[in-house]
Design a binder for this molecule. Sequence first.
Ligand SMILES: Cc1cc2nc3c(=O)[nH]c(=O)nc-3n(C[C@H](O)[C@H](O)[C@H](O)COP(=O)(O)O)c2cc1C
Length: 200
Amino acid sequence: MLKSLFLHFSLIMYSQVIEFMHNRRSVLIKHMHEPGPNKKQLQAILTIACRVPDHRKLEPWRFLVIQKNARKRLGEALALLKTEQQYLEPEQIEAEQQSLMRAPVVIAVIASPVEHKTPWAEQILSAGAVCQHINIAAAAHGFASQWITGWTFENKQAEQLLGLNDKEFVAGYLYIGSSDDQPVDRKRPDLSDKVTWLTD
Ligand SMILES: Cc1cc2nc3c(=O)[nH]c(=O)nc-3n(C[C@H](O)[C@H](O)[C@H](O)COP(=O)(O)O)c2cc1C
């Protein structure tokens, strides 16, 4: 009796997870506002982020959690670097300075591959999984999030400014905040274009 009751509730819970996975969407940063996750919620999100497949347990990723004044400080430093690299209109400079302020919290997921018999690509795939785990964990905590790479992607000077070593790069900036926006779904792939069923 107790066992079948447990099974019944487990099935209800799993169907909620399936529904959640079907409906979860990224929310554009422009629709985000305060509050962001607090320290306890961030620790829960980061703990889930670390629970990704990781061949030979290399943990080839780490995090910069950018919040409060650090968003302004880092945004201004990156904006200055960008102006050294290319011409920007004054309003573009200001947008760059404000860039990290657009959400209460930004988690930079640093792909941190090492020399190892586990190929580089496998380590990077694990870092990508970390980014999506953050999207999922943030949504499960009731927050909006978006995965952004932006102009600093593979930009060596930006990576140095962020304190990365020469093997590392930012796999994604995960912007996290609250939102009243309910994004409508975007077009999803037709499975028949994507799947080849091998049956014998
Ligand atoms: C690796 C990666 C980098 C991305 N970088 C950007 C970006 O720089 N700017 C942007 O507008 N969207 C970027 N996106 C797309 C959004 O994060 C997101 O995929 C899109 O808004 C819809 O996602 P959803 O299916 O979770 O709703 C990136 C996605 C990935 C996977």
